[in-house]
Design a protein around this ligand. Structure first.
Ligand code: PHE
Ligand code: ZN
Length: 849
């Protein structure tokens, strides 16, 4: 379907811009329904262009007037923009347009959120502000004048003149239009400063509504840590006199790296101990870092076109992952990243929405801000680093910044700096960017005469549009353990480049136990025939923390699949091995909390599907519950001891050590409640002085079906805190029993505070419904219908968020005939709706193809 969509854009059709821009001057006369934007753009012919057609993007603009070098002109208004006979020499184009921010519900371009003006221009939103060559390979310096009586007026770069009713900003660093930003509103600042490595003083401000000023301190600390870290680890210094962050309630994504003026979804920056959980604090720290790191990876060096999105996103995610590892725990961060990759990216890669990290075509680029581009993109950077080593990586990155500062570049440019800095040929490695799908790596083990041979075979299943796959370069980190648990061969990286390859280890006294894909050294699915004894051995002895965790996960998965597919009971051997591991006081509590998390329902569904059966979501749910019950019954003493001895005392701090203890005690609490009932959770709820403890206890009680009073109390307590109320909405749906989830979601849509036009609130309910696998797939199809109804309601207002949420349906082909029929009917109903947005139509079309 997408193949034939006339709106499809192809990477292979790229041509350089006909004109480049040296400088842009913008004046904004802000008014809710009739904002005037005056532009003066200095163009010059591009010597590298292949044609001289002058085209400016523009959407939903009312053109008031246009001039070329001061002379009035009448441009030809065409679909998506305007055309003009332009001089074959430098000239200035000026225009005045009128736009209506108040009625901009798509949250792209200039819009209003709670009475404040703000912008979102990535990827192609600037064209909703004024006529412009809205493509990332056109970089210019921007000078902005804002006229408004709002007390705070912000734009990119450094502040210039300001006075009664106006302010001016100048951004000296050439940038593409997608990094433009403007904010105007009644805001207050939490301020601080940072002295850069060369001794320059930078003013830092976090702008929020007055009521949120108590939720800024943590974000500010995270910003300063990020600035320091990027200097120390990458040698990158900040380059303006001021760095502003603004918190906005209505935002489609997490946050945006606009030059010198990052705009954040308030959920990604605001936190206080009372209102935010440990997970929120960690996420905020990572997102602040991510957006800050974009200043070099994204802004100073940007993308030539949107197909290169992973160039900035994969690298910046990798950098924020490194940062979080350095701030907290590398082992735990790696486990969390692997869990996310498997739950979301493998799911994407195994379904109708699979696409390469660098896609070859799109209809709507907003649909490609995906886990594949971001998270798999980050994995590719991680593999590169593993292959070239610490030093080679640093050399390559230094060369990247030195060579490409101020440029808009491609994945080829990126790989080239690695080739030149390290002398390595990366032509085969480049397939990671062009080939979709998750490689499977099959392992065969052989032992004779003191030699252990590992034979690795790779295979990538077909994905839409890519029936044939080539072998990729897979770094497989391997270590060998002696039967007594000692490590005989420390970690080394095997490079699997062929379809099949053998690697031998000689001179071994006894048959070793291999530990393969240590540290999750590549984003692949390992297919290894292993006994439960071997898994239990690795869980007990592996020196690699990731594989230690993985061994427990493999055991749990195998046990669950046996319960679901063969009707087995819970595996006591697994539970005992788990009990020993979580009681091991030499292990980090955060790590032990991860050991207690079972493989998710969606992951199990995919495994059953790959084994040739249609997964039954209810049976999967029941099996997980039965295993949890068995763990609770068998490990009651261990869990109770963990709960009691790892409580954090003293005032709340979001620091990693305390968060890890809370994660462990709350994982224990959730299990214990199955054997003991809700008393412990009720006490914790009553005595909690922070959101982590409060919401964990509430979740346990709701899951037990005993949370009525606490839910009510929670609502009364937090009714005026939007971010907290999102949790309240989400938890009820997420923790609901399968047969109740849809009804609860439906009832919540009738709650007076269900402000469905706010993406965070919409996602709180429907993201939670999609995440409640058994509830969403409840056999009547009511979940499918409810979601489809609401997507159709949201689509005309906010296509981006709608399109993103259609992914709840992306696994539909795994299920039984009845569910498939029900989902297909909803997808078709959406697809055939008149006036459906391009965003949603592309997504649904791909799922139906
Ligand atoms: N570029 C942003 C980020 O990754 C994400 C984003 C994309 C935000 C599109 C808004 C719109 O940091
Ligand atoms: Zn990003």
């Amino acid at each position: 379907m997408t193949q034939h969509d006339p709106r499809t854009v192809y990477l292979r059709d790229y041509t350089p811009p006909a004109y480049l821009v040296d400088e842009v001057r913008l004046t904004f006369r802000l008014a809710p329904h009739a904002t005037r934007v005056l532009s003066e753009i200095r163009f010059r012919p591009n010597s590298e262009a292949t044609h001289r057609d002058f085209f400016l993007h523009g959407e939903g603009l009312e053109l008031i007037s246009a001039h070329v070098d001061g002379e009035p002109v009448t441009p030809e208004l065409v679909e998506g923009g305007l055309r003009l006979d332009a001089p074959d020499a430098p000239f200035t184009f000026a225009a005045e347009v009128e736009i209506d921010p108040e009625n901009n519900t798509a949250l792209e371009g200039l819009y209003r959120s709670n009475g404040m003006y703000c912008t979102q221009c990535e990827a192609e939103g600037f064209r909703k502000i004024t006529y412009y060559p809205d493509r990332p390979d056109v970089m210019a310096s921007f000078h902005v004048r804002i006229e408004s009586d709002a007390p705070v007026l912000l734009s990119n770069g450094n502040p210039g003149e300001r006075g009664e009713g106006f302010a001016e900003w100048s951004d000296p660093w050439p940038k593409p239009a997608y990094l433009f930003a403007l904010v105007a509103g009644d805001l207050v600042a939490h301020s601080d400063s940072f002295t850069t490595m060369s001794g320059r003083e930078v003013a830092l401000n976090l702008w929020v509504r007055e009521a949120d000023i108590d939720k800024c301190a943590f974000g500010m600390e995270a910003l300063k840590k990020s600035m320091k870290w990027d200097e120390e680890v990458y040698g990158r210094e900040y380059d303006l006199d001021v760095f502003n962050i603004v918190a906005v309630d209505d935002f489609n994504m997490g946050a945006m790296e606009n030059k010198g003026l990052n705009i954040f979804n308030s959920s990604a920056v605001l936190a206080s101990p009372e209102t935010a959980t440990d997970a929120d604090f960690e996420r905020i720290e990572a997102i602040i870092a991510h957006e800050y790191f974009h200043n070099w990876t994204g802004n100073r060096v940007t993308c030539r076109d949107w197909f290169q999105l992973c160039l900035k996103e994969g690298l910046t995610v990798f950098r924020d992952q490194q940062f979080t590892g350095d701030m907290r725990s590398h082992a735990v961060k790696r486990i969390d990243d692997a869990m996310l990759l498997r739950a979301a990216q493998f799911r994407e890669d195994n379904g109708p929405l699979a696409h390469p990290v660098r896609p070859e075509s799109f209809v709507e680029i907003n649909n490609f801000y995906t886990v594949t581009v971001y998270e798999k993109g980050a994995e590719i950077v991680g593999m590169l680093k593993r292959l070239v080593g610490e030093e080679g990586y640093r050399k390559a990155l230094d060369l990247y910044f030195e060579r490409h500062d101020g440029q808009a570049v491609t994945i080829e440019d990126w790989l080239k700096v690695f080739e030149e800095a390290t002398g390595r040929d990366l032509s085969q490695f480049a397939r990671w960017y062009t080939q979709a799908g998750t490689p499977r790596v099959h392992v065969a083990e052989d032992w004779s005469d003191g030699r252990c041979t590992l034979t690795l075979r790779q295979e990538t299943p077909p994905t839409p549009g890519q029936p044939e796959k080539q072998p990729v370069v897979i770094p497989v980190a391997v270590g060998l353990l002696n039967p007594n648990g000692d490590e005989v061969v420390p970690t080394q990286v095997l490079e699997l480049t062929e379809e099949e390859q053998s690697f031998a280890f000689d001179g071994l006294a006894a048959r070793p136990v291999p530990s393969i894909l240590r540290g999750f050294s590549a984003p692949v699915i390992l297919r290894q025939v292993q006994t439960d004894e071997t898994r239990a051995f690795l869980l007990a002895h592996d020196t690699d923390p990731f594989n230690k965790w993985e061994a427990g996960r493999d055991l749990a998965r195998a046990g669950l699949l046996a319960m679901i597919q063969d009707g087995d009971g819970p595996d006591a051997g697994y539970i005992d091995a788990l009990g020993r591991a979580v009681a091991d006081e030499s292990l980090d509590p955060a790590f032990r909390a991860r050991l207690l998390a079972l493989p998710g329902e969606d992951e199990l569904a995919q495994a059953i599907f790959e084994a040739g059966q249609a997964p039954d979501p209810t049976a999967i749910f029941e099996a997980r519950e039965a295993l949890r019950q068995a763990i609770a019954d068998r490990l009651g003493d261990v869990l109770s001891r963990l709960y009691d001895t790892h409580q954090v005392t003293g005032p709340y701090s979001p620091k990693a050590a305390d968060a890890g203890r809370r994660a462990l005690t709350n994982a224990a609490l959730s299990l214990l409640s199955l054997s003991e009932g809700g008393d412990r959770a009720r006490v914790q709820y009553r005595t909690a002085d922070n959101m982590t403890q409060q919401i964990a206890a509430l979740g346990v009680l709701v899951k037990l079906g005993e949370g009525e009073a606490e839910l009510k109390a929670f609502e009364d307590q937090w009714r005026h805190e939007r971010l907290v109320m999102n949790k309240w909405f989400g938890l009820q749906v997420g923790a609901a029993r399968p047969e109740a989830a849809v009804g609860i979601a439906e009832a919540l849509t009738r709650h007076p505070d269900f402000d469905w036009k706010n993406p965070n609130r919409f996602r709180a309910v429907f993201g939670a419904l999609a995440g409640n696998t058994a509830g969403f797939h409840e056999p009547s199809g009511a979940g499918y219908k409810l979601l489809a109804d609401w997507l159709l309601k949201l689509d005309p207002l906010n296509p981006q968020t709608t399109a993103r949420m259609t992914q709840a349906f992306s696994t539909w082909k795994r299920y039984d005939e009845s569910r498939k029929r029900l989902i297909r009917a909803e997808l078709e109903r959406i697809f055939e709706t008149e006036g459906l947005s391009r965003d949603t139509s592309e997504m649904v079309g791909r799922m139906l193809a």
